[in-house]
Write a protein that binds this ligand. Structure first.
Ligand code: GUN
Length: 292
């Protein structure tokens, strides 16, 4: 069994990005600028955004953080999106999700100029990616694909089972893995109503778990020699930790890992790659790589 080290891979990619940024700046180009909008004080979102700002520093990007209290109106938030769309210095920006229930998330996503949508959530980017055109790709699936690629894991023609059908992970992951220029795999997506979920998992050469249920994947669901990617990051209360919680994956690592050829740990697997791919998307935005 080989552990897939997302932390080390992300550090190596961030170093590559930082070097490229310094080359761009030395040649008189613009330093990429990522803005993040954070609404309210959700613990998980605070951590993600803090880590995104830190990653910007590591990559040599300019970053801005725009904060609103949880009672911000939808109109105020849409006005902020409009300002960021028109701000020539901002190359890309994200609105951290989830948003409070009185704000229509999809409306906010669609208000973002797709050319600055470094999260890859706007329907233009989702659609372009689905038909194989250059586009911003959602960071978690992109990070998983990058891990498979960098670890030399063959995917072409192999059976890939994805647990979960979210817009952010499951659906774009399925798109990437099925496309000829990416995974070129045979893809099955399972979800809470799948009748043959266990059987599908047992047949998987590559199993990607993104359902957000701690310990859902047990040893009897995994084929000998499979590659297992754990996207789960549920916060489970843990009084022995300073933070008061620990991150728990969707896979029972202790019993599943002995059967795997490769497996990602939680934490230190997919998580660090997600933020790193946001940095790669921001670099692409700075270079006007997809939309000129
Ligand atoms: N909430 C959880 N993951 C993400 C992400 O990748 N981007 C944004 N904007 N919000 C999130």
């Amino acid at each position: 069994m080989q552990l897939i080290d997302g932390k080390a891979t992300a550090a190596a990619i961030k170093k590559e990005i930082a070097e490229e940024v310094e080359r761009i700046v030395a040649a008189g180009g613009k330093r990429p600028h990522l803005a993040a909008v954070l609404v309210g004080h959700d613990g998980g979102s605070e951590t993600y955004v803090r880590n995104k700002v830190k990653a910007c520093e590591e990559c040599g990007f300019t970053s801005s953080l725009i904060r609103y209290e949880a009672d911000v109106t939808e109109d105020e938030l849409l006005a902020c999106v409009d300002r960021l769309n028109r701000d020539a210095d901002v190359d890309g920006f994200i609105v951290q999700l989830p948003l409070p229930p009185h704000i229509a998330e999809q409306k906010v996503i669609e208000a973002i100029d797709f050319r600055k949508d470094v999260d890859g959530f706007h329907p233009v980017n989702v659609g372009r990616m689905a038909i194989g055109l250059p586009a911003y790709v959602s960071a978690t699936p992109k990070g998983i694909y990058e891990l498979l690629r960098r670890y030399g894991i063959a995917t072409s023609g192999r059976k890939c089972v994805i647990l979960g059908r979210s817009n952010i992970v499951g659906k774009p992951m399925a798109q990437l893995m099925m496309q000829k220029q990416y995974g070129d795999a045979t893809v099955t997506v399972c979800h809470s109503h799948s009748r043959t979920l266990k059987e599908e998992c047992r047949a998987a050469d590559i199993l990607i778990a993104a359902i957000g249920q701690p310990g859902f994947v047990t040893a009897d669901m995994v084929k000998e020699g499979a590659v297992v990617i754990d996207v789960g990051t549920t916060r489970v209360p843990d009084p022995t930790r300073k933070s008061g919680y620990r991150l728990c994956g969707d896979v029972r690592f202790d019993e599943v890992s002995p059967k795997c050829s490769f497996i990602t740990p939680v934490p230190g697997g997919v998580g660090p790659m997600t933020i790193c791919m946001l940095m790669l998307n921001t670099l692409a935005a700075g270079k006007r790589e997809y939309y000129g």
